[in-house]
Unconditional design. Structure first.
Length: 306
């Protein structure tokens, strides 16, 4: 028993320290630190952000300024402290978006606009906070952006270029917008890496996994997306097929017997159970109909006289 306890302490204590150290070194990429909200914060946004905070964040972080956050390892902390107030809006937005164990990511739970609302609410507890100018910092004031996807084979990177179409067929690079990259899989899209912010040339580069399966020839469908920015940018997507995956000769998921396959390829045991269930249901219905007929027959004077 003592030997087992010693093993647990030797194994798990260093692990806890690693987790704690990992949380303390949550580094936000420089390009994300510079991200600013695409709109000026208002009291209405802060009120909406408060409701979202209560629903999604309060259970762990507690009420800002009350220091009543939940006791976890690592501790989530109070978001009204100086440790949070010195962070940029981009850092807060990035942390809310991507999460880090034990904090969940909210990119698929809350829209980009809602995540900014939470930032605006948190900022109400930072007395020295001054919001950066949205238009000046974002470097983009247009209504539309075009995305172009390229695969850089020699670097094994996917490059997404964002341009704003202007008059006379001129395209201007779009700086400072977030790009998300996906690859098409059987049951939806899988995100590749973190959100990248376009540089001065409107470029965002993504590392492509060297072991990602493609079709028989290695073809992979890649989708790039930029989330809509309220009052500034509409949702934009671009897609393309590239020979950047590992050639994989696998049968289609609907070519074998499986739950998600076609009716003809359903598992045998499912077909048997379903058929038996249908037969039993119909037998029960027929039995009820016969019983009703017999009851009526018993109550019919014509048959009673016999």
């Amino acid at each position: 028993m003592l030997r087992r306890l010693a093993f647990i302490l030797i194994f798990f204590l260093p692990l806890a320290q690693v987790i704690k150290l990992s949380a303390q070194t949550w580094i936000v990429p420089e390009e994300n630190k510079k991200t600013v909200a695409p709109f000026r914060f208002t009291k209405d946004m802060q009120k909406k952000g408060e409701q979202l905070y209560i629903k999604n964040c309060q259970s762990c972080h507690g009420l800002p300024g009350k220091n009543n956050f939940i006791k976890l390892t690592p501790p989530p902390g109070d978001l009204a402290t100086n440790r949070v107030s010195v962070q940029t809006d981009g850092e807060l937005f990035y942390r809310i978006t991507t999460g880090k164990t034990p904090m969940p990511e909210f990119r698929n739970v809350l829209s980009e606009e809602e995540r900014w609302w939470i930032v605006s609410y948190i900022r109400t507890f930072h007395s020295k906070y001054v919001q950066p100018e949205p238009v000046k910092e974002s470097g983009f004031t247009g209504k539309k952006v075009n995305l172009v996807i390229d695969y850089l084979k020699e670097k094994n990177k996917v490059r997404v270029t964002a341009c704003e179409p202007l008059d006379n067929n001129v395209k201007s690079p779009v700086k400072g917008i977030g790009i998300t990259l996906f690859v098409k899989r059987y049951f939806g899209s899988m995100q590749l890496g973190e959100i990248k912010i376009t540089n001065e040339k409107g470029i965002a580069d993504f590392d492509f996994p060297v072991d990602l399966p493609g079709d028989k020839t290695g073809m992979v469908e890649i989708v790039a997306s930029v989330n809509p920015q309220p009052g500034n940018l509409s949702e934009t997507r671009a897609a393309g097929n590239f020979l950047c995956g590992v050639p994989t000769d696998r049968p289609s998921l609907i070519a074998t017997r499986a739950w998600w396959s076609t009716r003809d390829k359903a598992p045998v045991w499912v077909i048997v159970i379903y058929s038996c269930a249908v037969l039993i249901a119909w037998a029960f219905i027929i039995y009820i109909l016969i019983s009703i007929f017999n009851i009526r027959k018993v109550n019919n004077p014509k048959y009673q006289s016999q």
